[in-house]
Design a protein around this ligand. Structure first.
Ligand SMILES: [Zn+2]
Ligand SMILES: [Zn+2]
Length: 355
C-alpha cells in the first residue's frame, strides 16, 4: 500500500507542471473569453429567443447529426467519412461551451475550478478515446460491415424500412447492452470502483464526459462493437448510429438550460442524466441508459419526478474525500478501499454509500 502511495505522490509531482501549463496558457484565456458571455446571459433570461432555443436546440442537433452523418457516408465508408467525423465532433464541442454560458442550467456549474483535471483526463484517455479510438472503431466496424455483409447476407436486418428508423432501432438494440453494463457498474462494488471516477464530478458541463477511467472506457468500447457487428445492419446505418450516440452523449452532461419535453422519455437526456449524478443513492441508481431511456422505463430504473428539477449538488455523497487530481482519479479504483475507510472515519453522519 505504501508503494502505491509513494508512486501516486511521485506521479502527482510529475504531472503538476503539465496541469500548470494547461491551466495557465490554455484554460485561463478560454475561461476569460467565455466569462464575457455571462453578463449577456442575464439579459437573455426570460426572452422569447431563449425559449425558442431551449426547445429547438436538441431536435436541431439531432437532425443535423442524421443529415451530416448520411451525407458523410453516402459513398460508403471512406477517408472523407473519417475526417468528417473528427471535424463534426470538434465543431459540436466548440458550440456547446459558449452556449452553456449564454443559457446555463446551473450558474454554480459555470464556476470552473476543475477543468484542468478534465483536461488531463482528456489527454490521459479521452482524447485518445473520443478523437482517435472511437473514429477508428467506427471505421473498423463500418468497414467490416461494408466488406463482409454483402457476402453473408443481411437476413435478420430490416434494411427496407426508412434509414432514420433503422438508426433508432440499432441505437436501441445497442443501448440494451449498455444499459446492463452501466447498471452492473453501479450494483457491483468491484465495478463501482472504476465507474465512481465518472461520478466524482461536482458539476456537469459539456466537457466532463471526459471524466471516466480509461479501463472503463476500454471495456465499454469493446462491448459497444459486438452488437453492432452482430446484427449486420448496412454500413451507413452502423455509422450514423455511432455518430448519433456521440451527439446524445454531448447533450447528456451539458450545463444547458434546455427543455426537451417528450425527448426526456425517449433519450438519455441532460435532465434525466442529472438525476443519475445525484448524491442521493435512490436518485443516482437510476437512468442508466446511455443513448435511450426506455430500457430504464421497462426495467423499473427510470427516475424523473414530474414538476421537479434535479439538484445541482452532485457527486459521491458518501465520499467527500474522493480524489480531485488527475493522478488521484487514475489511482482511485486501486485505492478505493482506503478512501472508503477514510470517508467513513471523516464523519459519523454519512449518507448511504453507493455500494
Ligand atoms: Zn453511472
Ligand atoms: Zn454521466
Amino acid at each position: 500500500m505504501n508503494i502505491l502511495k509513494s508512486l501516486e505522490s511521485g506521479l502527482e509531482a510529475f504531472f503538476k507542471p503539465f496541469e500548470y501549463i494547461a491551466s495557465r496558457y490554455f484554460l485561463l484565456p478560454t475561461r476569460w473569453l467565455l466569462s464575457q458571455i455571462d453578463p449577456l446571459s442575464y439579459a437573455f433570461e426570460g426572452t422569447l429567443l431563449k425559449k425558442i432555443l431551449q426547445v429547438s436546440i436538441y431536435p436541431i442537433f439531432m437532425t443535423l447529426t442524421f443529415v451530416i452523418g448520411f451525407n458523410l457516408v453516402d459513398e460508403g465508408y471512406t477517408f472523407r467519412t473519417f475526417l468528417g467525423t473528427i471535424v463534426m465532433f470538434l465543431i459540436f464541442g466548440a458550440i456547446f461551451a459558449p452556449l452553456e454560458h449564454l443559457m446555463p442550467f446551473s450558474r454554480k456549474w459555470l464556476k470552473d475550478d476543475d477543468t484542468h483535471v478534465d483536461f488531463m483526463m482528456f489527454f490521459g484517455g479521452k482524447f485518445w478515446g473520443d478523437y482517435i479510438n472511437q473514429p477508428l472503431k467506427l471505421a473498423t466496424i463500418s468497414l467490416v460491415v461494408q466488406e463482409i455483409s454483402p457476402e453473408i447476407g443481411r437476413g435478420i436486418w430490416p434494411a427496407n424500412i426508412h434509414p432514420w428508423v433503422q438508426v433508432l432501432l440499432l441505437l436501441s438494440i445497442n443501448d440494451f447492452f449498455r444499459y446492463w453494463y452501466h447498471r452492473w457498474m453501479h450494483e457491483s462494488p468491484f465495478m463501482w470502483r472504476w465507474h465512481s471516477v465518472h461520478h466524482s464530478s461536482r458539476r456537469l458541463y459539456w466537457f466532463n464526459g471526459t471524466r471516466s477511467h480509461p479501463i472503463e472506457g476500454l471495456v465499454s468500447g469493446f462491448l459497444w462493437g459486438i452488437p453492432l457487428a452482430f446484427v449486420q445492419a448496412p454500413v451507413e446505418i452502423v455509422f450514423v448510429t455511432g455518430l448519433l450516440g456521440r451527439t446524445i452523449g454531448r447533450f447528456q452532461h451539458t450545463n444547458l438550460d434546455v427543455i426537451l419535453g417528450p425527448f426526456d422519455y425517449i433519450f438519455s437526456s441532460p435532465k434525466n442524466h442529472r438525476y443519475h449524478h445525484s448524491k442521493k443513492i435512490e436518485e443516482g441508481n437510476s437512468n442508466y441508459g446511455g443513448d435511450v431511456i426506455f430500457w430504464d422505463i421497462l426495467f423499473g430504473t427510470f427516475y424523473l419526478p414530474k414538476g421537479q428539477q434535479p439538484s445541482d449538488d452532485i457527486g459521491i455523497g458518501s465520499m467527500p474525500n474522493f480524489p480531485k487530481s488527475f493522478v488521484g482519479l487514475m489511482f482511485a479504483p486501486f485505492t478505493f478501499g482506503r478512501l472508503k475507510k477514510e470517508a467513513e472515519g471523516v464523519s459519523a453522519e454519512q449518507e448511504p454509500i453507493k455500494n
